[in-house]
Write a protein that binds this ligand. Structure first.
Ligand code: HEM
Length: 420
């Protein structure tokens, strides 16, 4: 058995055994009670060792999706499925120094509030580029200053976090072989020399922290509970700009969004999103994109809406922007997929960030962005901080749009290429 297979087997067994211990698979009550006592007495590291020794004890193994029949599960009782994500192809000509960020320009002439999800190509789960080092350095700086406010794994999400490590173990070195290499115990970063051990008992670091150091994205783990809701139970939220893990941890999908006053959440999003989360299968990952205007150059935390350590933050405290140099285009590319063993939903958020002045050099962009922002409803304007930048941004976009139109870059000549 190759390194890949044996590590996979090992991790999925750990995940599976842990799941079992949490009562997710119909383990007989007496075993559960015994485990409960053990869990309360032992530290989590000892518990993992104990669980590790228990492998192969059960005859219950991940089943093909049809047999697992999760469609008819009781909420919060996912049965492990035998699904494996396809091994990705190497990113064509990927280079640490020269591969540029994907130019998502995810705005249309008319803004609609909807889920806006599309199916995801498995190759493209995680996007890395020549800004990897910048994102990594920023994350390390934030870890040094804010540390545990930025990441964490609650016990309910531990199986999912371990399973997720295995997903990265498979995905990253296959997709980015110039950056990551598989070892017998985890991954090596070929550029920074960092080594990650996914298999220590206990792990040397929180699994979400390890993941944060591997990728440019922020990441969240949503765990289904018996009420059918999905709760944020683990994550590494380091560069989110406008929100903090501590404000959303333990909240369900709906509360995460309503506590942030996401416009039209209750009328246009809630029902569809909840249904989507409950029905999502392991083989159908999705992506969506969004965009914001930010009025400062801080990728990690937008100081314009208040200091990160303030109790209350929001656009209502933001000063009006004074010049176009302080207007930045911020766009997230998000993915959602379900893990087969734990059944947790994994949400990744990759942020792309550039000055508006740069953005507006691109054909058709100023008019489309102008129209898009101009079509925001009042609640969207409020949510996205329109008042703070409108007097500078809108005249600038209009001026640039007119310059381009004089050169023939008109709406009639524009092709629909969303989200680019
Ligand atoms: C299909 C899945 C999802 C959809 C369609 C969705 C939709 C949205 C929308 C429309 C917004 C407003 C900003 C924007 O235009 O993007 C938003 C904001 C947000 N979403 Fe989601 N979302 C999804 C999943 C998640 C998940 C799994 C999390 C878990 C952490 C999450 C956390 C947030 C947060 C923290 C905000 C900002 C709220 C604030 O301003 O406080 N979303 N989402």
């Amino acid at each position: 058995m190759g390194v890949t297979q044996s590590l996979y087997k090992n991790i999925s067994e750990r995940v599976y055994e842990f799941n079992k211990s949490s009562g997710n698979n119909g383990v007989p009550g007496i075993q559960l009670i015994l485990l409960g006592i053990i869990l309360s007495i032992l530290s989590s590291s000892l518990t993992l060792k104990y669980l590790h020794k228990q492998k192969f004890k059960s005859s219950i193994k991940p089943l093909p999706a049809k047999l697992a029949n999760n469609k008819e599960r009781r909420w919060g009782h996912w049965k492990p499925e035998a699904f494996k994500a396809p091994i990705p192809k190497p990113y064509p000509d990927w280079d640490f120094k020269t591969t540029r960020p994907i130019p998502y320009r995810a705005f249309k002439h008319k803004y609609f509030v909807n889920m806006g999800i599309r199916s995801m190509d498995w190759n493209e789960w995680i996007e890395l580029d020549n800004e990897w080092q910048k994102y990594h350095d920023l994350k390390l700086h934030r870890i040094a200053t804010k540390n545990e406010q930025l990441y964490g794994t609650e016990p309910e999400a531990r199986p999912a976090a371990l399973e997720l490590l295995n997903e990265f173990y498979q995905y990253l070195p296959n997709r980015y072989p110039k950056l990551f290499k598989q070892t017998t115990i985890g991954l090596d970063n070929l550029v920074t020399g960092e080594s990650f051990n996914f298999f220590d008992h206990p792990l040397q670091e929180d699994p979400m922290l390890m993941i944060a150091k591997l990728i440019q994205d922020d990441i969240a783990v949503m765990v289904e509970a018996e009420d059918g809701n999905y709760y944020l139970k683990a994550g590494a939220i380091m560069l989110a700009g406008f929100w903090r893990l501590k404000d959303k941890l333990h909240l369900c999908l709906s509360d995460i969004h309503t506590s942030g006053d996401v416009p039209k959440y209750s009328t246009h999003l809630k029902a569809g999103m909840e249904k989507f989360f409950q029905r999502q299968t392991c083989d159908k990952p999705v992506v969506r994109n969004n965009y914001f205007i930010q009025t400062d150059n801080n990728l990690a935390w937008s100081d314009s809406i208040g200091d990160e350590s303030n109790d209350s933050i929001g656009w209502y405290t933001a000063p009006k922007v004074k010049n176009i140099e302080n207007c930045y285009f911020r766009s997230e590319r998000q993915s959602v997929r379900r893990l087969p063993i734990s059944g947790a939903m994994i949400f990744t958020v990759r942020t792309y960030f550039l000055p508006v002045e740069e953005l507006c050099k691109e054909p058709f962009v100023p008019r489309r962005l102008f129209d898009g922002i101009n079509s925001w409803d009042e609640d969207v304007k409020e949510y996205k901080g329109y008042e703070a930048f409108k007097d500078i941004l809108m005249p600038y976009l209009e001026k640039k749009a007119k310059e381009q139109e004089a050169q023939g870059y008109t709406i009639e000549n524009e092709k629909n290429c969303y989200p680019y």
